[in-house]
Ligand binder design. Structure first.
Ligand SMILES: NC(=O)C1=CN([C@@H]2O[C@H](COP(=O)(O)OP(=O)(O)OC[C@H]3O[C@@H](n4cnc5c(N)ncnc54)[C@H](OP(=O)(O)O)[C@@H]3O)[C@@H](O)[C@H]2O)C=CC1
Ligand SMILES: O=C1O[C@H](COP(=O)(O)O)[C@@H](O)[C@H](O)[C@H]1O
Length: 595
């Protein structure tokens, strides 16, 4: 098979040079192919690490920043703003940085602080993703990981906790134990309050010890409840920012619960951080098949010409989980499925799916196109939405709890655990095409997929000759995000034999059959991107504003009218209302007819 890999010497697993996105980005946008080799900071201004560390002494650098309206503008930004609010590099350190020769990644460090390290997400996703990156050789030579939380823990206890969550890649178990040991030795813990400058100053001191006078880059991952985001950012930025490299903060969702609260959060964060330091994570954008969506469309001649109202009858974004809110009812009840899944994960995929061809594969060009799609969306009508809530059911002698059986959920809660909606994009490409979304918890299966149903063949010859209505069996392209990642295209074919019977079959790219490699977790990709300063898969503030502008009026209406969700049994296919909704738009849910 032809290989698209470049000869750059980054480990092949984490090298995204085979991706058109990164090859363009690293070599053309930053103009410095070394960035992908040595973890030089991906500053938007195209400086390499050596330059940034030295120039930060001079108080001012030229920085090309993405303007909020998406246009790129070059303006002068004081270096102290650029690097996170502090500029107190000791002169010996500065001199050291300035006199070191260019070209090596070995004089920079990356310190990753997981804020909220004792929590569920940190254990489940962040530490395992960091280990996977280390295991595959994707982390820079000098890196340190700090867990930060209020819980009292020693370094050893953190390592114990983390070690329980680590797994090895299926295809490389050989020296896994050794790698784990090495990784754990790079993990440390600091106990502190999220609003204590003093505790962050102490963290800073420890980080500096590990950084050993090298040019330091710092990444903070806010894996804490949203009500303490701003406190933690305030303390991290003013007491533990890097003084000579970059400082970035990954912020987990929820980013507010409506336009107003989201804008307030953004405003507060921007008191302490520049937009280009904020990495708003939507982990669905880090999923392999979501990444592949643009590749599929823009690098295959056969798809892009079909990508419009002319050939596509409807598009479906389906998310389903076969478990309830177990353990997260308190959080969930405040948000509901529309905020938890639709306004972010599904809408982000929709925007990627429907955007116009970006000018380039640069983050700003892609995000500009996504924003345009979001701004072109028609306000969502309540009548185009169905909400549901799961109820208890007993199957095979086992009783599954209803949503309101969760002790952390009020008995009279109207929070939807299921929603289906028809959305429209009022632009020339998509005029009149229903974009259906469906998301639910406690359904019969766990899956996430994108379904593209094409129009019927005009004047289908086989309708006439066989007397069968083949208009029902249109082509359908399915991108199965999870599980069993794959892409398949439903086509019509003749059943072999002397007669003329038509059948529908799948042209199937099943990843597990095609590739022996394990698919990386979304958090691995996103953490690596944040370390590299690649913003393409993170949400820019204007994207977030547009997403909330679309959903806020609907959410308000649902809440004000106290819309009663339709009940559905735990483990079922969801409320029947979803079928009527689809039928009103002349659509059948593909996941139901595809069993
Ligand atoms: N868990 C998941 O699957 C997902 C989580 N997220 C988001 O990621 C973030 C972290 O999630 P998760 O790990 O589940 O959260 P947790 O509830 O587990 O909280 C993480 C840590 O924050 C501290 N904490 C919890 N509540 C408070 C509080 N009221 N005040 C101060 N500190 C508190 C605790 O650490 P300590 O007491 O030691 O300080 C806790 O271990 C949240 O924003 C969540 O919405 C997003 C997607 C999925
Ligand atoms: O963001 C969230 O996502 C998870 C589902 O993520 P997945 O990668 O396991 O599909 C969902 O369970 C959770 O409610 C939501 O907050």
């Amino acid at each position: 098979m032809p290989s698209f890999s470049s000869s750059l010497s980054r480990p092949s697993y984490c090298s995204r040079t085979s991706s058109p996105f990164l090859s363009n980005h690293s070599s053309l946008i930053n103009g410095d192919p070394r960035r992908s080799l040595s973890f030089l900071p991906a500053s938007p201004q195209g400086l390499n690490l050596d330059e940034l560390c030295v120039r930060s002494q001079r108080k001012s650098v030229q920085s090309s920043v993405a303007a909020r309206d998406g246009a790129s503008a070059t303006k002068s930004i004081p270096a102290d703003e650029l690097i996170g609010g502090l500029l107190s590099i000791p002169s010996q350190e500065a001199a050291k940085v300035a006199t070191e020769p260019h070209g090596g990644g070995d004089k920079s460090t990356v310190s990753i602080t997981v804020v909220g390290a004792s929590g569920d997400l940190a254990k489940k996703k962040i530490f395992p993703a960091l280990f996977a990156l280390y295991y595959e050789g994707c982390l820079p030579e000098h890196f340190t990981i700090y867990g930060y939380a209020r819980s009292k823990m020693t370094d050893g206890e953190l390592r114990d906790m983390v070690s329980k969550t680590l797994t090895c890649r299926i295809d490389k178990r050989a020296n896994c134990g050794e790698k784990m040991e090495e990784f754990l030795k790079r993990c440390f813990y600091h106990t502190g309050q999220y609003d204590s400058q003093e505790h962050f100053v102490a963290l800073d001191k420890k980080l500096k010890e590990h950084e050993g006078g090298r040019c330091s880059n710092r990444l903070f991952y806010l894996s804490i409840p949203p009500n303490i985001f701003v406190d933690a950012v305030k303390c991290a930025s003013s007491s533990a920012s890097s003084v000579n490299g970059w400082t970035r903060v990954i912020v987990e969702k929820p980013f507010g619960r409506d336009s107003k609260t989201s804008a307030a959060l953004t405003k507060s964060l921007k008191q302490y951080l520049k937009e280009d330091q904020i990495f708003r994570i939507d982990h669905y954008l880090g999923k392999e098949l979501v990444e592949n969506l643009s590749v599929l469309r823009f690098s295959n001649l056969i798809f892009e010409p079909l990508w419009s109202r002319q050939y596509i009858q409807n598009v479906q974004f389906i998310f389903s989980e076969n478990f309830g809110t177990e353990g997260r009812g308190g959080y969930f009840d405040h948000y509901g499925i529309i905020r938890d899944i639709m306004q972010n994960h599904l809408l982000q995929i929709l925007a990627l799916f429907a955007m116009e061809t970006p000018v380039s594969l640069d983050a700003e060009d892609i995000r500009n196109e996504k924003v345009k799609v979001l701004r072109s969306m028609r306000p969502i009508e309540l009548e185009d939405v169905v909400v549901g809530q799961y109820k208890s059911t007993t199957k095979g002698g086992v009783t599954y709890p209803g949503y309101t059986d969760d002790k952390t959920v009020p008995k009279d809660s109207l929070t939807p655990t299921f929603a289906a909606a028809a959305l429209f994009i009022d632009n020339a490409r998509w005029d009149g095409v229903p974009f259906l979304m469906k998301a639910g918890k406690a359904l019969h299966t766990r899956s996430a997929e994108i379904r593209v149903q094409f129009r019927h063949v005009p004047g289908n010859l086989y309708n006439r000759s066989s007397g069968t209505n083949h208009d029902r069996t249109t082509n359908e392209l399915v991108i199965r995000v999870q599980p069993d990642e794959g892409i398949y295209l439903k086509i019509n074919n003749k059943v072999p034999g002397l007669g003329m019977r038509l059948d529908q079959s799948n042209l199937n790219l099943l990843y597990s059959a095609r590739y022996s490699k394990e698919i990386p977790d979304a958090y691995e990709r996103l953490l690596l991107d944040a370390i590299e300063g690649e913003r393409r898969l993170f949400i820019r503030s204007d994207e977030l504003d547009a997403a909330w502008a679309l959903f806020t009026p609907l959410l308000k209406e649902i809440e004000e009218k106290k819309t009663i969700p339709e009940s559905y049994p735990y483990g079922s296919r969801g409320p029947v209302g979803a079928h009527y909704l689809a039928a009103r738009h002349n659509v059948q849910w593909g996941d139901l007819s595809d069993q």
